[in-house]
Ligand binder design. Structure first.
Ligand code: FA5
Length: 335
């Protein structure tokens, strides 16, 4: 009996779905709930049943009948709502496809290149502790290097990371040596904004730890990344730099693409844009990451992805990239 009652509801719903106007629904109603319907016959049959059967099935059949009446009423309402929708009320589908942000495009390009070289992509934390952002990177509390990066400190004792370099320590702790990781992400500095300085920008950190790593390995990777991102050799210069977490340290600049190296407001008349900081990992940093500096050495680098996007797409002011102005940003497509 239960099965038959279920089937009655299914059959009713199937017929309702075919109804496109009120008259159709009323016909379906009369067929499934009228005097000659199966549910009416079942109710009639109750008279011939024993009192036990009447108790058992009576309420079930009545409940099913009520449910079926409810289904008909609901369907009538649905149909009425549908007929109220005029063409003007429909929302035309927007079929235009969005575009990726230029920084997203270069971040993907660089991580793809590094992945092909065997790097694992990890992801760090925008809210970081002083320990990972500074101390473990050989920058003690009173070290003048902390002034190099004006920091946004948070009320909870944490800070907004000023660099992705803290991911060197997280990765060494988690993965040990040998190691080959890269970590793209957002970084924050309390900077005065200008054509090539933002307070919120992206970097990608890279780190290789193994036995007998040489500076030549680092330079090869830097060259390869730039060659692939720009699809040609680009004019760069390497100069000595200073980072407490690398020794020796270097900075790599790229000839400004806006002025062709002649000097302009974007490069502040220098003709060069600072793009990458890098060097051989300091033994204290290896120790902080739990790696024996007598057994392993390595290099690390931090590429400014926002500046890389500027150079790739010839964007003369970095502030455009955080502006959220889609009319401008959607001009950049993957090529
Ligand atoms: C660093 O942040 C180091 N952590 C890089 C590093 C990693 C060195 C590993 C050694 C080993 P620096 O402050 O120079 O270094 O920043 C690295 C790059 O980020 C710069 O070359 C530049 O491309 C970019 N950058 C720095 N500050 C800004 C800013 N305010 N706006 C946009 N890009 C910036």
């Amino acid at each position: 009996m239960e099965k038959e009652l279920e089937n009655l509801k299914v059959a009713l719903m199937n017929d309702l779905k075919k109804a496109t106007k009120e008259a159709d629904v009323l016909n379906v109603k009369s067929e499934h709930l009228g005097k000659k319907s199966r549910i009416a016959a079942l109710l009639q049959d109750l008279k011939n049943m024993s009192s036990d059967e009447k108790r058992k099935y009576g309420s079930l059949i009545n409940l099913t009948k009520k449910e079926m009446e409810g289904m008909v009423n609901d369907y009538l309402v649905t149909l009425e709502n549908k007929s109220n929708i005029t063409f003007d009320d429909t929302i035309e589908e927007d079929v235009s496809i969005g575009s990726l942000h230029p920084v997203t495009i270069v971040a993907k390009e660089v991580t793809d290149i590094l992945k092909r070289m065997g790097f694992t992509v990890v992801s760090g934390r925008e809210m970081e502790s002083e320990y990972y952002n500074f101390e473990a990177l050989n920058i003690p509390k009173d070290h003048p290097a902390r002034d190099m990066q004006d920091t946004f400190y948070l009320d909870n004792g944490m800070l907004l990371r000023t660099q992705t370099s803290g991911d060197q320590i997280h990765s060494m702790e988690r993965l040990g040596a040998p190691l080959r990781i890269c970590s793209p992400g957002r970084t924050f500095r309390n900077e005065d904004l200008d054509a090539n300085h933002e307070n919120t920008f992206f970097q990608i950190e890279g780190m290789v730890i193994d036995k007998n790593i040489a500076i030549g390995n680092l330079m090869y990777i830097m060259q390869q990344i730039l060659r692939e991102v720009f699809r040609s050799d680009v004019k760069v210069r390497l100069r000595p730099g200073f980072f407490p977490f690398t020794e020796p340290s270097y900075e790599m600049d790229m000839s400004c693409v806006i002025c062709g190296g002649k000097g302009c407001p974007t490069c502040k008349n220098a003709g060069w844009i600072e793009l990458i900081g890098c060097g051989m990992v300091h033994p204290n940093v290896l120790k902080a990451g739990g790696i024996d500096p007598l057994e392993y050495n390595g290099f690390a680098f931090g590429i400014g992805l926002t500046r890389l996007a500027m150079m790739k797409y010839k964007i003369n002011d970095i502030r455009v990239l955080n502006s959220g102005d889609i009319r401008y940003l959607e001009n950049f497509k993957i090529n």
